[in-house]
Design a protein around this ligand. Structure first.
Ligand SMILES: C[S@@+](CC[C@H](N)C(=O)[O-])C[C@H]1O[C@@H](n2cnc3c(N)ncnc32)[C@H](O)[C@@H]1O
Length: 213
């Protein structure tokens, strides 16, 4: 029988209070690291990790049940380049993750909080975009997708007022999936219900020093 506790201990990082992770130590190598926030059942995460063994993937997911689902699916024979953390991600995530460390951040179908009075719970807000900027390496990118038109508009609006991110798409989003996209169970389900995804991608741009005359 598979030794689950050993396997889980290999993949799961339990951050220590007051200590910022050293990614090189956690993965045991210095490969580039991509971050996924809200990994759900981990199809995107594991699919990507198998496609790109030369990249390390760090997953942050709030729900323990989903973390367990991901851990069960991971196979040490195939998946050396994945680590997971159970975490409610918000602007405090920089207390755990090192800044200027990620080439890519994926946020695939974040909870849309569709009711007006719940909109403020959406993970994308100006403070969180500041955090994304801090976490990304120079020229790093954040890719976000949602099947919720109002949330897509919200995300585009939040990024469009920033001078420190540049959209890959002229209209802010695309209805065509990027060539390397992987469909999740959740995305398939929403598509079948008549809610196709919108894809967004924003590149970190260095902040210009303030001009003084
Ligand atoms: C709508 S599901 C999408 C899951 C997956 N990305 C997919 O496309 O199938 C959103 C996921 O984000 C997780 N989540 C929501 N808010 C979060 C937060 N603040 N920090 C970490 N995970 C979060 C939820 O537990 C859930 O698994």
């Amino acid at each position: 029988m598979e030794d689950m506790s050993r396997k889980f201990a290999f993949y799961e990082i339990v951050p220590k209070a007051g200590r910022i992770l050293t990614l090189q130590e956690e993965f045991g190598n210095s490969q580039p690291v991509h971050l996924e926030i809200g990994s759900g059942r981990g199809e995107f995460l594991i699919g990507k990790a198998e496609q790109n063994p030369q990249i390390n993937y760090l997953a942050l997911e709030l729900k323990s049940k989903r973390i367990k689902t991901i851990l069960r699916k991971l196979d040490p024979e195939k998946n050396q380049n994945v680590r997971v953390i159970r975490l409610f991600v918000d602007a405090n995530v920089t207390a755990i993750l090192p800044e200027a460390s990620f080439e890519m951040i994926y946020i695939i179908h974040p909870d849309p909080w569709p009711k007006k009075r719940h909109n403020r719970r959406r993970i994308i807000n100006q403070d969180f975009i500041d955090v994304l900027w801090k976490l990304l390496k120079p020229n790093g990118k954040v890719r976000i997708s949602t099947d919720h038109l109002d949330y897509a508009d919200w995300i585009v609006k939040h990024f469009s007022i920033r001078r420190d991110f540049k959209s890959l798409y002229e209209d802010g989003f695309s209805k065509t999936a990027p060539a390397d996209h992987l469909e999740t169970f959740f995305e398939k389900k929403k598509k079948a219900e008549g809610f196709p995804p919108f894809f967004m991608e924003f590149r970190k741009v260095e902040k210009c020093p303030t001009l003084v005359d």
